[in-house]
Write a protein that binds this ligand. Structure first.
Ligand code: G6P
Length: 372
């Protein structure tokens, strides 16, 4: 009913709007006054976490994209090797797991069969499994050794939005906590990131306030057949997520590529007026990557692409090459997905609406897939 949708036309719009709160709620009570993390609820002891020699993340769909981003954070902050795998592929290749492997299963519903089978396989190999889940008491957390709940609240729309942002937050918390208990050499950076994380829900709010041009752009592209997405570093999984949203909601051909791969194939797809969304990393931090992406934008534009550039406020270098410029607030590199994903959700939702599609219940899809 309209009341359930809180005055919005679709649950998805409501859930997009709830993201600042979902992010804040997921952090609530997990950062103490001194700015350290308190994840006592984990039920895996600090001693056990210090023994972990490998992290393996398993998930499906949007949750898999959260896992891809988590890898960058976990390896950077903890120096523990981290693999990410589609849950449906995991057990069939006899993965190498042991008692010191920490397997993280990410699932909004907690009922996805592929993810459940992957975690059962991991536990049979003697690994500890930590679930990151949005649904209290669901099967995946019940069968795991420990759980860190995301506090997104119920997500009704089939296409995941607020659950994704909170999965990212939970992954960052786990990564930072692993760094904290292991006393990695990134101690100062960890403290700084915890401070930035506690401010990030305001930044998500700011992004939401500037979405009208994105909706307008989406409507203008309603007749297109294909949209490509490019990103690099953590922007690469963001590109994959942007493409997934467009497939799910707009039923359009959409593909995400690592921008560095452009020259190894995808650039052949570029033709006159093809919309290409590019997620630009911050010019601060890893500025080499920033400059490389800017050349990618020039290359595709020279071949006729219509460039839709998502770049940090104050990044002026992209202005001459952006047919459409979407601004996001400056954040530390690893946290950028929390703000960069939001315009892509809005973009896909508006395109679906413009094409007359059912936003909350896309054809052929289910909110939670309980068969393998
Ligand atoms: C289905 C949904 C996706 C979701 C995926 C994983 O395919 O349509 O939106 O990302 O399942 O769901 P989970 O509940 O495990 O996060």
């Amino acid at each position: 009913s309209a009341a359930e949708k809180g005055g919005y036309d679709y649950f998805m719009l409501k859930e997009i709007a709830e993201q600042p709160k979902a992010v804040a709620d997921t952090l609530l009570g997990r950062i103490d006054a001194a700015g350290s993390l308190t994840l006592d609820e984990l039920r895996i002891s600090a001693a056990e976490l210090r023994e972990v020699d490998k992290v393996v993340i398993v998930a499906c769909g949007t949750a898999f994209h959260a896992g891809l981003i988590a890898k960058y954070a976990i390896e950077h902050w903890t120096r523990i090797p981290c693999e990410v795998e589609l849950a449906s592929e995991f057990r069939y290749r006899d993965p190498i797991l042991g008692a010191r492997s920490l397997v993280i299963a990410i699932s909004q519903s907690g009922e996805t069969m592929d993810t459940l089978m992957a975690l059962r396989h991991a536990r049979e190999q003697g690994s500890k499994v930590l679930a990151i889940c949005n649904t209290n008491g669901s099967t995946i957390p019940r069968e795991s050794d420990a759980v860190l709940y995301t506090h997104a609240g119920p997500e009704v729309a089939v296409a995941s939005t607020k659950a994704f942002l909170t999965q990212l937050v939970a992954c960052y918390l786990v990564a930072l906590y692993l760094g904290q208990v292991r006393g990695t050499k990134w101690g100062d950076e960890i403290q700084a990131v915890i401070r930035d994380l506690s401010r990030i829900s305001n930044e998500v709010e700011r992004v939401l306030e500037t979405m009208e041009p994105v909706r307008e752009l989406a409507r203008s592209l309603a007749d297109k057949k294909t949209v490509l997405f490019l990103g690099r570093h953590v922007g690469y999984p963001v590109a994959l997520e942007g493409a997934l949203k467009l497939k799910e909601l707009a039923y359009m051909h959409a593909e995400g590529f690592a921008a560095g791969e452009l020259k190894h194939g995808p650039i052949a797809l570029i033709e006159e007026d093809l919309p290409v969304v590019v997620v630009v990393p911050s010019p601060r931090g890893r500025s080499v990557l920033h400059d490389k992406i800017v050349s990618n934008i020039q290359e595709i534009r020279a071949r006729g692409a219509r460039t839709i550039v998502i770049a940090e406020e104050g990044d002026e270098t992209v202005v001459p090459y952006a047919d459409h410029l979407i601004r996001i607030p400056a954040t530390p590199t690893l946290l950028q997905p929390l703000v960069a994903t939001v315009p892509l959700q809005v973009f896909a939702c508006e395109l679906a609406t413009a094409r007359g599609n059912e936003v909350d219940q896309p054809r052929n899809l289910a909110k939670s897939v309980t068969v393998e």
